[in-house]
Design a protein around this ligand. Structure first.
Ligand code: CUA
Length: 195
């Protein structure tokens, strides 16, 4: 009795020179068309997608950025959490968040549905801004002021986690953003105002 066993040692029976079956041709066309759709989505999404950050980028000296952050902090400080200032800027303000090994400063208290221009920069090495549990990620690079138009669309007490390995304390680098519903949120009344 002859048993037709294919061991893998012999080449398979060739048939590649035969014309492709209709179904195969159809699938090649479908796959190609889909590739073209995905290819077109890349530029299309860049212009039409809602995921693009409204980037304002400029060079900045880390020391100057930190100075600006401290001015901002003093101007709108409303309290503190274990020594870390809590800052409640008015809607529309330029707000500053400095990353450094291994902290985010200050704590931002924002109002839901209001727009702010968030400036991000680092004093030392690259850090990663990751808003938890919401999936928003940005590189925070020393020497660059990265401005983002942000409008918080959910209230809550959020954490900023560093998602760029930055050294021995990387895992402890956790910041905080508080978003309140507009009606209940207190705002620093005057520069230097303390609640
Ligand atoms: Cu900062 Cu990791």
């Amino acid at each position: 009795m002859h048993i037709d066993i294919h061991t893998g040692l012999d080449s398979p029976k060739g048939n590649w020179w035969l014309p492709a079956h209709r179904a195969e041709k159809t699938w090649v066309v479908i796959a190609f068309a889909w590739c073209m759709v995905l290819f077109a989505m890349m530029p299309l999404w860049h212009w039409k997608g809602g995921q693009n950050p409204s980037g304002i980028r400029r060079r900045v000296e880390p020391a100057a950025f930190y100075k600006r952050t401290l001015e901002f902090t003093n101007q709108y400080k409303v309290g503190d959490d274990r020594g870390m200032p809590i800052v409640a800027p008015p809607p529309g303000a330029d707000i500053y968040l400095t990353a450094m090994s291994f902290q985010w400063t200050p704590i931002l208290k924002l109002q839901k549905g209001k727009e702010y221009i968030l400036h991000l920069s680092s004093l030392d090495v690259n850090h990663g801004f990751s808003l938890y549990p919401i999936n928003i990620n940005f590189q925070v690079v020393p020497g660059y002021d990265y401005g983002l138009r942000v409008t918080p669309n959910a209230s809550g007490d959020f954490r900023i986690i560093c998602n760029e390995f930055c050294g021995i304390g990387h895992h402890t680098m956790v910041g905080r953003v508080i978003v309140e519903d507009s009606a209940t949120a207190p705002v620093a009344a005057a520069p230097g105002g303390v609640q």
